[in-house]
Design a protein around this ligand. Structure first.
Ligand SMILES: Cc1cc2nc3c(=O)[nH]c(=O)nc-3n(C[C@H](O)[C@H](O)[C@H](O)COP(=O)(O)OP(=O)(O)OC[C@H]3O[C@@H](n4cnc5c(N)ncnc54)[C@H](O)[C@@H]3O)c2cc1C
Ligand code: SF4
Length: 446
């Protein structure tokens, strides 16, 4: 499967904020690492990559060995290097940070090791991994996002057959359709998907799993993995919302990343929300040349759930903040075109009557959360959802109430990071491998 992406995509106008290090830069940074024995950076990584070891391997010019160290724990180590919020994970825990000194740029070193090695393999160097002999076990995975990709890759390396079913015409999940372009462009996410396919993972695009097809999966495969992520963007439910100019944030970002012309001319943009998706879309619009970008949030800036470093980035890019403000309606002209967002002052998130004003705009993006794909639970006997709408699964193994069904990623945690989805997928693959190995050993000894 070769996915062709247009060279005219709007996201390509946004440059990589942290480009690939040169060899000299990588060596210089790697040599600063103290190789701490209790390495707090490892503990802060959800996939527990042996960070001091991979950094030492870069310093000693063993870049291929460094990539192997990373991939052994995190097969999507390349995209994680680029998209992980390292400021609150490994880099945030680096001892240099605690001392108020420049921390080790772990993400950029990880990118250097993985990208350099994968490029070398593409140019003819020997592959890093050889899958084990076939075991005869088959797993179907629903959704081709980071959770399923990590699970499928690990399963394949262990000799099991992994087939991913993806409803979209493009694989990679939000890595391809959602990540801010200045961190990761879609073509690099797709390249990583192709690297996973080269390990032997099969991906069937345009293959949405429904209640009917789910039953067949259960019959045809030894296990099923649910990695469906989250659903559509939530709505405001205010008068005038439906129609031109008001769009969900993840929907807009996907179009901007994949469909040329989405962000050709941006006028005055309003972003509703205060989380990381809201900050992302605000920064993207600002960098793409919007006349103005205003984030409207119903509480104070301090109460925004987005990362502080991302918020600071938005501020530097000229994003304005309208806090303690709640949208109460959308104003349209007689032809239905968007004219303004009607807002009211909010106290503790609740709009105050009589304080309404109109903020003129040409685009409103709604980043107030995504719905949960609750219906997936009804596809399988025994699978349940919790009060939040997340699939109930053991966070260590992905096991659900159905012995053949496992789940991981955003659909079980409600929306975290790529690295959490990767850890979930990997852990399920390891759990299944251990269970199947134990079962075949005990039947052989009888
Ligand atoms: C705008 C945005 C920006 C983000 N930025 C970052 C970031 O910078 N760093 C970071 O670490 N994390 C970021 N995240 C979070 C991260 O992208 C997710 O945590 C991660 O992608 C979750 O992986 P997943 O595999 O669980 O789900 P997803 O990536 O959502 O993949 C799920 C896949 O399942 C498919 N699917 C759904 N239903 C079906 C079905 N019935 N049949 C077949 N296929 C189906 C979907 O089409 C999709 O491809 C961001 C999220 C958003 C929304
Ligand atoms: S905490 Fe910092 S200095 Fe210590 S091993 Fe990790 S990256 Fe190196």
């Amino acid at each position: 499967m070769a996915i062709t992406l247009s060279n005219e995509r709007d996201e390509l106008r946004l440059r990589d904020k942290k480009p690939l290090y040169s060899e000299a830069e990588a060596r210089a940074e790697a040599e600063r690492c103290l190789y701490c024995s209790d390495a707090p950076c490892i503990k802060a990584c959800p996939t527990e990559i042996d960070i001091p070891t991979f950094i030492k391997q870069i310093a000693s010019e063993n870049v291929r060995g460094s990539a192997k160290t990373i991939f052994d724990q995190n097969i999507l180590g390349h995209s994680c290097a680029r998209v992980c919020p390292v400021e609150v994970l490994c880099v945030g825990s680096c001892v240099y940070t605690a001392w108020g000194r420049e921390p080790i740029p772990i993400g950029r070193l990880q990118r250097y090791a993985t990208e350099t090695t994968v490029k070398g393999i593409e140019k003819g160097a020997a592959p890093l991994h050889t899958p084990k002999a076939k075991t005869g076990k088959k797993v179907a995975l629903i959704g081709a996002g980071p959770a399923s990709l990590a699970c499928a890759a690990e399963l394949t390396l262990e000799g099991h057959t992994a087939v991913i079913f993806e409803k979209r015409g493009v694989a990679g999940g939000l890595n391809t359709t959602g990540i801010a372009p200045y961190k990761l462009h879609s073509q690099d996410a797709v390249a990583e998907v192709e690297w996973v396919q080269k390990l032997g993972v099969e991906i069937r695009l345009n293959s949405e799993i429904t209640k009917d097809t789910a039953t067949k999966l259960l019959a045809d495969y030894d296990a099923v993995y649910i990695g469906v992520g989250l659903g559509a963007d939530s709505k405001l439910n205010v008068p005038g919302e439906e129609g031109q100019g008001v769009v969900g944030a993840t929907e807009w970002i996907e179009q901007m990343k994949l469909v040329p012309g989405t962000a050709k001319t941006l006028g005055d943009v309003i972003v509703v929300g205060g989380g990381n998706t809201a900050i992302d879309v605000a920064r993207e619009c600002a960098l793409l040349g919007a006349k103005s970008v205003t984030m409207v949030y119903r509480r104070s800036t301090e109460e925004m759930s987005g990362y502080k470093h991302e918020l600071e980035g938005a501020r530097k890019e000229g994003v304005r903040f309208l806090t303690n403000t709640q949208p109460v309606g959308v104003v349209r002209d007689e032809k239905g075109a968007l004219k303004a967002l009607k807002v009211a002052h909010a106290t503790a998130g609740v709009p105050v009557a009589g304080t309404e004003t109109e903020v003129p705009c040409e685009l409103v993006t709604l980043a107030i959360g995504q719905s949960k794909l609750r219906e997936i639970a009804s596809f399988f006997d025994g699978v349940e959802i919790d009060r939040r709408g997340c699939v109930v699964a053991d966070p260590k193994t992905g096991a659900t109430g159905n012995a053949k069904v496992f789940a991981g990623g955003d659909c079980i945690n409600g929306g975290k990071e790529v690295v959490n989805a990767v850890a979930d997928g990997r852990n399920t693959a390891r759990f299944l491998t251990a269970a199947w190995t134990a079962a075949s050993t005990s039947s052989a000894s009888k």
